[in-house]
Design a protein around this ligand. Structure first.
Ligand SMILES: [Zn+2]
Ligand SMILES: [Zn+2]
Length: 244
């Protein structure tokens, strides 16, 4: 899928790049109405292994499923029926877009709204947006906008009320302690010339203040920031000792 992100109109256009995607988009168009929501149905390939893809479902319903694995019973819900769209980036840039769409869904909008169909260079495409601003109803595609249902223009007019808590995204990286507005969700701007903290230092701060343990998933050989810091300290001590 070719993904065209337009910050100006706050829309994303998904363009088919092969017969399979053309068919899938046509199926969605047939059963869609403008402003109808496509639900986020998870992602695959997050930890490498296969190309990253997310799923959006139009007109699907949630079905409770119970699966038995020898002596373990798993209860979950699955999206069934309707049209399922697999969104897979064709280029490196498209791949980044798919990841950012995932973050917008996961942290904010739980899906995308269908706005209409179009034709881009002779290929079938659909136009979507993540959320509508609760103040001015304009479209939004950014994670923070979707999460707080407040567009950038309205956030600028906000009389911020900052509180301290965990923040993520942007200069905060995956996770950090910081101050954010409890009305529009925007993070308090850092003071000019403030020392930039590294991801490890930020995560250790989260552990200290909240009394929780941050755990890393994926391919890292470390359990979390504390484990990394400990190994890092030992490595430095070892390096110092061996150069003596
Ligand atoms: Zn707004
Ligand atoms: Zn605010």
């Amino acid at each position: 899928m070719k993904i065209i992100r337009d910050e100006g109109t706050a829309t994303i256009t998904l363009v088919a790049t092969n017969a399979e995607e053309t068919e899938a988009l046509k199926n969605v168009i047939t059963i869609s109405k403008p402003r109808k929501k496509m639900s986020y149905g998870g992602c695959v390939g997050k930890d490498g292994g296969r190309p990253f893809a997310i799923y959006l479902h139009m007109n699907s319903r949630r079905k409770r499923v119970v699966e038995e694995f020898s002596n373990v019973t798993m209860r979950s819900t699955k999206l069934v029926g309707g049209a399922k769209l697999e969104i897979l980036g064709t280029t490196e840039a498209d791949d980044q877009e798919v990841r950012s769409m995932r973050d917008t869904c996961f942290f904010g909008s739980t899906g995308f709204f269908y706005l209409g169909s179009s034709d881009v260079g002779g290929e079938v495409s659909i136009i979507i947006t993540a959320q509508f601003c609760k103040h001015c109803h304009s479209y939004m595609i950014s994670r923070v906008g979707a999460e707080w249902k407040t567009c950038d223009a309205c956030a600028e007019k906000c009389r911020h009320k900052y509180i301290r808590g965990t923040i993520h995204g942007g200069s905060a990286g995956n996770l950090a302690m910081g101050e954010y507005c409890r009305k529009c969700g925007r993070v308090k701007p850092e003071l000019e010339g403030a020392r930039k903290k590294g991801q490890i230092e930020r995560e250790l701060e989260v552990e200290r203040e909240l009394g929780i343990q941050v755990r890393w998933k994926g391919e890292s050989p470390f359990v979390g920031p504390r484990h990394f810091a400990e190994v890092d300290r030992l490595m430095r001590r070892h390096a110092r000792a061996s150069t003596r």
